[in-house]
Ligand binder design. Structure first.
Ligand SMILES: NC(=O)c1ccc[n+]([C@@H]2O[C@H](COP(=O)([O-])OP(=O)(O)OC[C@H]3O[C@@H](n4cnc5c(N)ncnc54)[C@H](O)[C@@H]3O)[C@@H](O)[C@H]2O)c1
Length: 393
């Protein structure tokens, strides 16, 4: 292992970026150090720069040529992930972007193409994304079980993730939030990228998507705050994704059904109801009209670090730069969760099921139209100071 520390700048030091600053300055990331902060809000940039003893920048373009800089972590509002990532990769700097990779798939593809282009000149360039939940022990255990064949052929995956409760004060607390022009979406784009990423990471991508999203149903916002997504897979598996920011206490329950049993994760417990024989086989061969397949319930042990996980992602990003350790999440993989999110919205807007790959140009055009025709009056109110730790799942 190299003794050298990777030199990183944080672009955007708001709620999330300031946590990355803390992780990098507290010594909790063993192989990386903070060398600059950048924010268009001068006061913020100056404050964090002074606290960390690093230079402040107010325009990311001024960071591009910084001597000795290895890479950046981008924690700006989502639309800016695209131009900022591309600019740094073109300058040969490693990039870790916050989730979602972009607002729409068209932008994400531009980023992936820029990465491929930049790698021709800088073959060791890294482009990661902050999907820190991929480090959580229970999701890793579920992935291990699915990939290892414990469930056999997958038949249904249902995620009820309705514990992303947000009040109006949350939405009023930031000018860019929950607007078509500033954020480009609601619960699917802000709260759910982690869940949608895990969904595709665990069970893959569907071929068809239907969505029923409600715009500002429980909040005074112009984007979606309650969503039902329905996914159909090549092998016949079906998926359901139910989310909202309007349920308290809400539910976080993932059920994955395979021919060999039912895996559920809820309230920190992973349970596997294991079938003695394949239920698909049993459906075919059993002579008993009503009897269920013999099954036994077991609690599945797993180890979990118990943290939010961002610092492990920063450490992994730095290791990838230093010694080629594989990234936990490559940024172009963010296209999958974004596809699910965009397709659910497209299905809602068009009132029909969407085949994947879908018309990504049409979705970008729709977002532009929504932003251009918006008559929504955004109210920004100073709320209580945000405690970001309450926002993570
Ligand atoms: N991984 C996670 O768990 C997680 C959690 C929260 C937020 N996020 C992501 O982090 C990003 C930021 O969210 P937030 O809640 O911190 O928002 P925020 O509004 O609190 O902070 C954004 C900061 O970026 C600055 N900014 C805006 N445009 C900029 C630009 N062009 N250059 C430099 N600075 C700029 C703003 O002044 C602000 O300080 C979003 O993409 C969000 O999805 C990720």
């Amino acid at each position: 292992m190299s003794e050298r520390k990777v030199k990183l700048a944080i672009i955007g030091v708001g709620s999330m970026g300031s946590m990355h600053v803390k992780d990098l300055t507290s010594g909790r990331v063993s192989n990386a150090e903070l060398v600059a902060v950048c924010d268009i809000d001068k006061a913020k940039a100056d404050r964090f720069a002074a606290e960390a003893g690093v230079p402040a920048f107010y325009d990311y373009k001024d960071v591009l040529g910084m001597e000795g800089l290895d890479g950046v972590v981008i924690a700006t509002p989502h639309y800016d992930h695209t131009p900022i990532s591309i600019a740094f990769m073109q300058a040969g700097k490693h990039v870790m972007t916050e989730k979602p990779v972009a607002v729409h798939v068209k932008d994400a593809r531009k980023m992936a193409a820029a990465y491929e282009e930049a790698k021709k000149q800088y073959p060791d360039l890294k482009f990661g994304i902050m999907f820190q939940q991929r480090t959580y022990g229970f999701w890793r255990k579920i992935k291990e079980m699915i990939d290892g064949g414990d469930l056999g052929r997958l038949m249904r995956a249902t995620w009820i993730i309705t514990d992303w409760y947000r009040t109006q004060a949350y939405y009023d607390g930031g000018g860019w939030r929950a607007t078509w022009s500033g954020e480009g979406g609601g619960v699917l784009l802000n709260q759910c990228p982690h869940n949608l990423d895990l969904f595709q990471w665990l069970v893959g991508m569907p071929k068809r998507v239907a969505g029923f999203a409600h715009i500002g149903k429980y909040h005074n916002i112009e984007v979606e705050d309650e969503v039902t997504g329905y996914f159909e897979y090549e092998n016949g598996m079906v998926g359901h994704f139910l989310t909202t920011t309007a349920e308290s206490p809400g539910t976080n329950r993932l059920e994955i059904i395979g021919e060999k049993g039912k895996l559920t994760f809820e309230d920190g417990k992973l349970l596997f109801d294991r079938n003695a024989v394949s239920m698909l086989e049993d459906i075919r061969v059993s002579t008993k009209p009503y009897d269920k397949v013999e099954h036994s319930l077991e609690e599945v042990p797993f180890t979990h670090h118990g943290e939010f996980g961002h610092r492990f992602m920063l450490e992994n990003f730095a290791s990838a730069i230093l010694d080629g350790t594989p990234l936990i999440a490559e940024a172009p993989e963010g296209i999958n969760s974004l596809t699910l999110s965009n397709a659910v919205m497209m299905s809602t807007f068009e009132g029909k099921t969407i085949d994947l790959p879908f018309d990504e140009d049409a979705y970008e055009a729709k977002l532009k139209e929504l932003a251009a025709n918006s008559t929504f009056h955004k109210v920004v109110r100073e709320g209580e100071a945000k405690d970001m730790s309450k926002s993570f799942r």
